[in-house]
Every structure is written in C-alpha cells, then in structure tokens.
Design a protein around this ligand. Structure first.
Ligand code: SF4
Ligand code: SF4
Length: 417
C-alpha cells in the first residue's frame, strides 16, 4: 500500500480499515444509520466504501461522495466498536481525498468556501452579524427570528467582549491557565468565555487569554483541508506560553482537535515535540473544574437540567462524567438523564450548513428527547450543539434555555453576589 495514497491517514494505515471485522455493533450508535437504515450510511458501510476506494475496486462516484458527506464525523462508532477501529482518522483521510479528487457542484463549492472563509475568522463573522446585532439592539431580532430560519440559530448578540487578557486568581493562585477563546465561540458565545474566566479565577486560577491565538483548526480538518489545520496548530502552540499549566477549552470540537495536535504535527521537526507537550496540557473546562476543590456554589434551584453529550467531548475525548458531576455539585440543580444523550444533535461543526436536511432530522429527534425530560434547561458543552439545539427547540415551539455547564456554575456564584 502506497504511503502517498490519500485514503491512508498519516498516523494510520490500511490496518485500521482491516481492523473492522464487519460485526455491525456500531450500527445502532450511528445517527445516519438510525435515521436512514441504509448500510452505506452506516460506519461499516462507509468503511467498506473506503476500503473499495483504497483498493481501487470502486471509484469516487457522486454516490460514494454522498455517503461520505452524510457522515457527521461524530465518532459514536468509535465508542461502540469493540475492535478499536479509529474511524475518526479514516473519515478525515477520506475527506482530504474527496476534496482533492472530486469536483463538487459550483453551489456546493461556494457554500464550503464561504464556511472556510467566514467561520474561522472572528472579524469577518462579526462584520456579517452586525446587521443582526443592530436589530437586536433595536429589539426587532425576535421577530426576524420567526421569519428567517437561519436567524433562529443565533444566540443573543448583545456583547462580544472577551475576558481581559489576564484575569487574576481570587486569593492564592494555584495555577495559570490559558483560555482558548475560539473563533465562532468568541463572537457567538463570548458570555461562555467570560463565565469561564470568572469561575476559574474564583477557584484559584489566573486565566490568560493570549491575543495571538487563532482557530483550533477543527473546521479545516472536517472540510478536508489538513494543511490549513496544521497552520492553525502551529499558531496556537506559539501563542500559548509554556508557563500556562493547562490550556482550557469550552468548545468540545476545539478541545478534541487540540488534543490531537501531536498526531497532526508528528512529521514536523520544528513542532512535533512542542505539539506533544501542548496536547497533554489541553483540558475541557469541565474536566479542569471537576478536578479542582471548588468553592461551594450557592443554591440556584429548583432547576431541572438535562445534559446533552457533545460528540467531540463524549466520543472524541471520552469526557462524560466530569460535566455531570459538575452540574450535580450546584445546589438546586436536579440533573435528569437525556434519552440518547450521546446521539449527535446534527450540528457537527458546519454539518448543519452543508447537510441541512439530516441536521434538521437529528435536531428534531434531540428536541423530542429533551421534551421527554421536562427539563427547564439543557446543558451542552459545545457552542455548535447549543446553536443547533436552541434552533430545534424553537422550531418545536419549546423554551430554548441552552447553556454551557460553566455558565450555570457562574450563575450560581453570581446569584450569591
Ligand atoms: S463495530 Fe467496529 S469492527 Fe464492528 S462493524 Fe463497526 S467499525 Fe467494524
Ligand atoms: S462518525 Fe458518526 S455518522 Fe459517521 S459513521 Fe460514525 S457514527 Fe455514523
């Protein structure tokens, strides 16, 4: 097998494809299989297609591309697989190959190019959102949301201000942490970043938000643009100094990508070692808070909360219990389990823009499950999930209080003030 073959991940091999013993145990975990019931839209079917492409027994036809495009990259199949198939690496390689070998329609190309141009660039995103922000300041946005479906995706746009570059620990400093402000997150979820800095500072951390940081690269990786993702990784490794013991992330998708910088830059002699050290310091904010002796939060109850497992936290990083434990530590919060909590909500990076129909179906399924919990609030540790779930709840005519777990903790502390 040629190492230059684009269907082979640089860190993987055909062995990974051959590890699949076609047992089918992953099928019931796969959102697209659950929705469509077709083998070619299941992990096993897609691995079969990738093997066919690898062995050149099939060609990269529009049909094959369609089945690969429909994959959310949620990695639920990895969690379910008893044979250790690293499906995430396989689909990532397949996407690189699709983008280099397949001619997309002009409209599809345009949409994907716009996503790459706008979302990783906060300044460009802010420019696009200014008209909506103005409508919000004038009090007209709620009406616009009723008639413009895309506007329903947006959270309140009142403030874009980021935490100060350095937020000092209250009392004795126990550690210095770097905060990834994210690209979409710093525009649409600036409040989550501010809440994170406040909560960490209250619990003994000095929080540094380096201004030179940039996109984590996940959006590029999902789009099959590996070189752009590598450039993002180098920039962030340079931006977060070695004095920062932990690099804290509030977006599950970004955290999963940053924990894999070592693999992404393994063949870069200037960065391989630094990437390894960097990846080891990355923590989701719920992981970090769970490990801290928290200042006891005051009561915010009674509040019935359900927790949605973001795919890139549960399947990508294996973090499931930390956010739940954190929520249970807030007095007054009654945590109710969400049916199918780790089934993708349909957000999946930019998937809800490139595959709106499947994203809508999965959003509706999530909203039905949320309705069954009768929760007042949905906690989700990923901005994309929060946007998608909020839109699905609004479409279903339900109240749409969706928050990051750290925001609920911040709310408790601030109520006491
Ligand atoms: S569970 Fe693993 S081995 Fe079984 S079909 Fe799925 S990917 Fe293949
Ligand atoms: S990554 Fe998600 S959508 Fe894709 S095959 Fe695996 S379970 Fe299905």
């Amino acid at each position: 097998m040629s190492a230059a073959n684009p269907f082979v991940h640089p860190q993987s091999s055909m062995v990974n494809i051959l590890d699949c013993v076609h047992c089918g145990l992953c099928l019931s975990a796969c959102p697209t299989y659950l929705e469509l019931g077709t083998e070619t839209d299941s992990p096993r079917g897609r691995i079969y297609l990738m093997r066919g492409l690898e062995e050149k027994s099939i060609s990269l036809s529009p049909d094959v591309v369609r089945h690969l495009d429909l994959c959310l990259g949620c990695r639920a199949c990895e969690t379910a697989c008893p044979s250790g198939v690293r499906y995430g690496e396989l689909i990532e390689s397949a996407r690189v190959a699709v983008e280099s070998q397949h001619q997309r329609s002009p409209s599809d190309r345009f949409k994907r190019r716009m996503i790459e141009l706008v979302f990783p660039r906060p300044a460009v995103l802010r420019t696009f959102l200014w008209p909506l922000r103005l409508l919000e300041l004038l009090g007209i946005l709620p009406w616009v949301r009723r008639i413009v479906p895309l506007a329903r995706l947006l959270p309140p746009l009142r403030s874009w201000s980021q935490p100060a570059r350095i937020v000092a620990a209250h009392g004795r400093e126990t550690q210095r942490v770097g905060l990834l402000s994210g690209c979409v997150a710093q525009v649409l979820f600036a409040e989550t970043n501010r809440a994170t800095a406040r909560v960490l500072a209250r619990n003994g951390c000095t929080v540094v938000t380096p201004r030179q940081q940039g996109c984590c690269g996940a959006l590029y990786l999902h789009a099959g643009n590996r070189e752009a993702a590598r450039a993002c990784a180098r920039r962030n490794i340079d931006a977060f100094g070695a004095d920062l013991q932990t690099i804290v992330v509030t977006a599950a998708g970004c955290g999963a990508a940053m924990k894999e910088y070592a693999a992404l830059l393994a063949d870069d002699p200037a960065y391989a070692e630094r990437a390894q050290g960097f990846a080891q310091r990355v923590r989701d904010v719920t992981e970090l808070l769970d490990a801290l002796p928290l200042q006891p939060p005051p009561d915010i109850g009674p509040m019935r909360v359900t927790y949605h497992d973001a795919c890139h936290l549960a399947h990508g990083q294996g973090v499931r219990e930390a956010p739940r434990r954190l929520l249970r530590r807030i007095p007054g919060v009654e945590l109710v389990e969400l049916p199918e909590s780790d089934l993708c909500c349909g957000s999946a990076g930019s998937y809800n823009l490139t595959e709106p129909e499947m994203a809508r179906r999965l959003g509706e399924r999530k909203a039905e499950n949320i309705a069954a919990t009768a929760a007042h609030c949905v906690a989700a540790a990923n901005p994309g999930c929060a946007l998608q779930i909020r839109a699905a709840l609004l479409r279903a005519g339900m109240s749409a209080d969706v928050r990051h777990p750290v925001e609920l903790l911040d709310l408790a502390y601030r109520r006491a003030e």
